[in-house]
Design a protein around this ligand. Structure first.
Ligand code: NAD
Length: 240
């Protein structure tokens, strides 16, 4: 049992140095320090509505105006935001060979923007768009202007995986392979409540670490309670 945070940081540093295959697994809590709200913290609610009731297939089909407003606001907020220091650290770790890949539930594209090359975005991207009916691609401006599809007249949507939709099979398969190869998985900023991706970390035969603002998962070899960016900076200092 680890007693204090310094011990935990030092343990994580040693595990990173000794691991031959480390995989990072992130969720919405990785981006809150960049000003992107998550879904389950108290300020994650949107206009008093549970985002899971808007970011879903049902809303896309039966309440497009609400669906559109939700994503328009998220897209505009994203335009004002940038990946924080913690993202740069993960990018540096990949460059130095300390981590092998990043699996993310996030749709903001921040890992790629920060420079990570091996990223598996399980829930798609909020930065590209298509017709919700025929799949014809569209631009961000088309979506923001609430244009119809040029091919079939359907409504437009971001390329995110909505609640109620299947995950992209190729990305999921590759992510599972990464986890199965891993000697160390570092899970950052996720409530681990979204199925099926919440089952991925446990597929590793290696050590499992949980970094989150609140610790409510007990199945990890090590947990670090706090803000993702701050903890990554602290670990990074130990590594230097
Ligand atoms: P979640 O909202 O269910 O959980 C986020 C977790 O992160 C919470 O447990 C919270 O305590 C923790 N957290 C918040 N700020 C933190 C910080 N600074 N440091 C460490 N931990 C912090 O998010 P989820 O588990 O990723 O699932 C939500 C779903 O919504 C995902 O599928 C994702 O695709 C989507 N989503 C994505 C974004 C994004 O792309 N940035 C944002 C919101 C939601």
């Amino acid at each position: 049992m680890f007693i204090n945070k310094d011990n935990k940081l030092n343990t994580l540093k040693k595990w990173i140095e000794n691991s031959n295959y480390t995989v990072i697994f992130t969720g919405a809590g990785m981006s809150t320090e960049s000003g992107i709200p998550d879904f389950r913290s108290k300020d994650g609610l949107w206009k008093g509505i549970d985002p899971m009731r808007v970011a879903c297939v049902d809303a896309l089909i039966t309440n497009y105006n609400l669906f559109y407003e939700f994503y328009k606001q998220r897209i505009e907020n994203l335009e004002k935001s940038n990946p924080h220091k913690g993202y740069d650290i993960l990018s540096n770790w990949e460059r130095k060979g300390l981590i092998s890949s990043v699996i993310t539930q996030n749709v903001d594209g921040f890992h790629q923007r920060a420079g990570n090359k091996r990223v598996y975005p399980l829930h798609g991207s909020i930065n590209t768009f298509r017709c919700s009916r025929c799949g014809q691609s569209a631009s961000k401006d088309n979506f923001i202007n609430k244009d119809s599809c040029i091919k079939c007249g359907g409504t437009l949507r971001p390329d995110v995986v909505l609640f109620g939709e299947a995950l992209p099979q190729d990305i999921l398969n590759n992510a599972i392979k990464e986890i199965q190869k891993s000697e160390l998985v570092i899970v950052i900023g996720t409530s681990l409540m979204v199925y099926p991706v919440n089952s991925l970390p446990s597929m590793s035969k290696g050590k499992k670490v949980y970094i989150n603002k609140e610790i409510y998962q007990q199945s990890f070899d090590l947990d670090l309670e706090g803000k993702a960016g701050e903890i990554l900076e602290a670990v990074n200092q130990q590594l230097n």
